[in-house]
Design a protein around this ligand. Structure first.
Ligand SMILES: C[S@@+](CC[C@H](N)C(=O)[O-])C[C@H]1O[C@@H](n2cnc3c(N)ncnc32)[C@H](O)[C@@H]1O
Length: 297
């Protein structure tokens, strides 16, 4: 497995490190968490249960979703696209279902990778990476067949307590407040994903499904062996890893907010709270899965 350099110019303001096997493991574990929580690989349903012919996974990361979709849909031709060459190299080496391939490209630039019209586009957790959503969605619309579907899976960059409050005495809540300041500096709104249905409609799509998922950072089950219990426990690790990964960049861009020692303390306290106190504090995040269709006429 290659490693990915966080100082790669392609990373731009993308806040997560993408610089280690830890990040690739995080993405693969997160894939399982999301698949269990949302009831499968995708929410889109396909006419007469037939597989979409041409499929794109934009910002495909390790390629795990593209590969599993290709295995479940052997009649689909699936292309995973990512800006990060080492990730794509690893996907090419590790993933081999027939008709599943990977390409390095910036999805905000020209779409040379797609010569055929697309029937289904999947995008998961790339909200923070995209500079111009209206332009990207317009490009997607133009490159799709009528009746084709687009699915966007993402969430709010926020945690809350179960009663909806954001208590002052929480290092984790304070860390999320600083993460919003970091994103704002890069012109990224922490609640961007809340506006995706409107952006889809503006690009010409019809909304088919708009699902909201409360994601608890603790096991949501009396049965410790159940999938639901695993999802909460694993998701808590996922968020703690995100805190670690993003702090590296936040402490540089927001150096005036805290001293180096204060950053160290904040990261360690926020992670500890998430890992040890999420259940008691009722911490959760919010995810959305939207499916939209290009009209037939
Ligand atoms: C958080 S990861 C999500 C990966 C995958 N979709 C998943 O859910 O496992 C975001 C991915 O988007 C990729 N990315 C960021 N900006 C991109 C761009 N402009 N074009 C293509 N890929 C991009 C990153 O390299 C990273 O692999």
């Amino acid at each position: 497995m290659s490693t990915i350099k966080s100082d790669d110019s392609t990373a731009r303001a993308y806040p997560l490190p993408n610089d280690s096997i830890i990040e690739t493991r995080r993405l693969d574990a997160q894939h399982s968490v999301f698949s269990i929580r949302t009831g499968g690989l995708h929410r889109a349903s396909f006419q007469d249960n037939s597989s979409p012919a041409q499929v794109l996974d934009l910002g495909c990361g390790t390629g795990i979703w593209a590969s599993q979709f290709a295995i479940e849909n052997p009649n689909s031709k699936v292309l995973g696209v990512d800006i990060n060459p080492p990730l794509v190299d690893d996907a090419r080496i590790n993933i081999r279902p027939p008709d599943c391939s990977f390409v390095v490209a910036d999805i905000e630039q020209g779409w040379d990778f797609s010569s055929s019209k697309i029937d289904y586009i999947y995008m998961r957790m790339i909200m923070l990476a995209i500079k111009d959503w209206p332009a990207l969605l317009k490009k997607a619309f133009i490159h799709m067949n009528p009746g084709g579907q687009i699915e966007i899976f993402d969430g709010l960059m926020d945690i809350k307590a179960d009663d909806g409050s954001t208590p002052d005495n929480s290092a984790a809540i304070f860390w999320f407040q600083l993460s919003k300041e970091y994103l704002a500096k890069h012109n990224i709104a922490w609640d961007l994903s809340a506006g995706i249905p409107q952006k889809l409609t503006d690009a010409g799509f019809e909304i088919v499904e708009d699902n909201t998922y409360k994601m608890r950072l603790y096991p949501d089950s009396q049965d410790p062996e159940s999938d639901r219990a695993w999802v909460g426990a694993q998701y808590r690790n996922d968020i703690a890893d995100i805190v670690h990964g993003m702090t590296k960049r936040m402490r540089v861009d927001l150096a005036s907010r805290l001293s180096s020692e204060e950053w160290d303390t904040l990261e360690s306290n926020a992670r500890r709270e998430i890992l040890e106190e999420s259940e008691q504090r009722g911490f959760h995040t919010t995810l959305f899965v939207r499916v939209a269709r290009k009209p037939i006429v």
